[in-house]
Structure formats: C-alpha cells, structure tokens
Ligand binder design. Structure first.
Ligand code: SF4
Length: 310
C-alpha cells in the first residue's frame, strides 16, 4: 500500500505532503473519542511495519511537487513506527529546503529514542487534550501504561531543547475538557511549555464515537481563559491558499480516506479535471457525504463502512 498522500492544503501547516506510517490499518496507542478513523483496540507497538526503503523510494517521486512541508503522520500514531529515527535521517538527506513535520499525540515522548528522533525535525505538533487523569483517560482512551503526568513532563522538557517550531494542539470535546477547572490546569501546564503556537480546536470532522464539539463562540470564550502571554490560536479554515493540484481517482480515494474534506477544501485543493473525477466517484457512490455540525465531508464509502474492532 502507498505511504505517500496529498499534497493537501493544511489549514495550519500549508501545502503538506503526507507520509502515512501505517497505511494498511489503524495502529495507535490512543483510541480518542474524536478520532477521524474508526475506533480500534490500542497497541503499544506496530505489528504491520512498512520499510524505510519503500517510504523513501515513494517520497523521491514527489519531491518536485510544490510543497511546504513533509508531514509524518499515520493511520494511528506515527511515533509507534519502529524505524522512526532512521526514517527521519533518510528524509533529512533528501528534503532540501522543504520543512519536516510530525503530528503526534505526545505519549511516546517518554521513550528516549522517540524523544531524540523528534529533535531532528523542523516542526513538531504535539497534542495535549487534558491534564486531569480521568479526563485524559475519557477523551484519549490511552493504552494501559500511559500516564498523563509523565507525558506532560516530557512535553515540557522537549519544548525547552527543541530548536524548531513547536505547536501544541488542544481539541475540545463538549462536556469533558471544556470546563473552567480543566482549562486552568491546561493553562498552568502550558506556562511550562515553550510553544510557537497553541492551536485550540474542536471536533469538526466525523468522530469515531458519538461525541460533540463546542461552538466557535465557546472556543473563543475558552481562548480568553488562557494567560495572555500564551500564543493561543483558534484553529480556523479561512487561511487556506489555493493549490489546484491534479489528483487521479486513486489519489482522490486515498486522500479522502486519510482525511475527509469539505467541498470548500476541495475547491482550493483540486484542479478542474480532478473535480470532475470526484463528481464521477460521487455518482458511482464510491465517495459519500457525511454531515458533522454545519459542515459536509466527503469520504470513501469503504471508510464509512469500517467497523469497530472491539
Ligand atoms: S486521534 Fe490520533 S491519537 Fe487519537 S486515536 Fe486517532 S490516530 Fe490515535
């Protein structure tokens, strides 16, 4: 299976070429309520492992595209990939001026090898949804040995020595981490983290479980509860720049499988012929529409049919 997808126009990171370190199945040490992927049993190691050679060979074929950032991600948690350090070294040798980024749930920072490997990237996005044990366990549903207090300590330590751009992401789930008490705890922890930007977001894509996000107004009110010195940002869709790239049918299905998109996203991402291909896929019911709040997402029919594995 292919490991490279996109480029997609990321709301926050620009034109991003994705590397999926778990293309065949979801492998994650969390089972977040808000996950865009179907729920799955948590794991603490990958069983299905792609070779570094395969990833680098695929990546070489895409490096002449117009991209701002090579994003290491996964159908699950990318830091569970056992050859991460070797892979980052290999990417750094061929990437030229393109930035590198990883999107991680932070839990594997407690592993020294992962901690040190991430230091070699240009940008790191760490998620931190809650500080209280019970709220963290409810939202992120981590693998049994993960302790939030250890993770927070490592995030703080990492931020002090990382020389690249560090983004922290907090995703608010209605009725769980959106209380004044939890926001005060998050604020306290964030004051010990040197972050380039702290993105506050909420559920805006079809979630794994039946949970709701908070409104833009509530997000704004939450943002006001954090210390003014913190670089708080409300993650929003309005800054995306047009890309107009060509996608064949397989690339459309692959891209939407990784990340359901709205028609507004498609408008700025796809060129005209690619939009026609997408229309045909919708007609053939290979792509379906799913509504979340006031946004309608496109995703492959096969993705919507995926069943829980526990
Ligand atoms: S949101 Fe990320 S960390 Fe959470 S279950 Fe999904 S893939 Fe894992």
């Amino acid at each position: 299976m292919k490991t490279i997808f996109g480029p997609i126009n990321s709301r926050r990171f620009g034109s991003s070429l994705g590397i999926d370190l778990s293309p065949a199945l979801k492998q994650c040490n969390f089972d977040c309520l808000y996950c865009e992927l179907a729920p799955a049993v948590t794991v603490d190691a990958q069983e299905n492992v792609v070779s570094v050679e395969q990833i680098i060979n695929e990546l070489k074929g895409h490096l002449d595209e117009k991209i701002d950032v090579i994003t290491i991600t996964a159908n699950g948690e990318p830091t569970l990939y056992p050859h991460l350090d070797e892979l980052i070294d290999a990417i750094n040798q061929i990437k030229n001026n393109t930035q590198t980024l990883i999107l991680t749930n932070s839990a594997m920072l407690v592993d020294e090898r992962v901690f040190n490997a991430l230091l070699k990237l240009d940008q790191v996005k760490l998620s931190l949804d809650a500080i209280s044990n019970d709220i963290f366990n409810k939202i992120d549903r981590p693998h049994k040995d993960i302790r939030v207090e250890e993770v927070v300590k490592k995030v703080q330590e990492f931020s002090k020595i990382f020389t690249g751009k560090l983004f922290i992401e907090i995703l608010f789930v209605h009725g769980l981490n959106d209380t004044k008490e939890e926001i005060a705890k998050l604020n306290h922890a964030l004051l010990g983290i040197n972050a380039t930007r702290i993105d506050l977001g909420t559920i805006d894509r079809p979630p794994a479980y039946n949970v709701a996000g908070i409104s833009y107004k509530e997000l704004h009110e939450a943002a006001l509860l954090f210390d003014r010195e913190l670089p708080i940002h409300i993650a929003s869709r309005i800054h995306a720049e047009p890309n107009y790239a060509k996608y064949n049918e397989e690339e459309i299905l692959n891209t939407l499988d990784k990340r359901p998109l709205t028609m507004d996203d498609i408008d700025i991402l796809f060129d005209k012929p690619s939009k026609e291909r997408l229309k045909n896929l919708i007609k053939e019911q290979k792509i379906i529409k799913k509504r979340v709040g006031n946004l309608e997402f496109l995703l492959p029919a096969t993705n919507a049919r995926r069943k829980r594995t526990k």
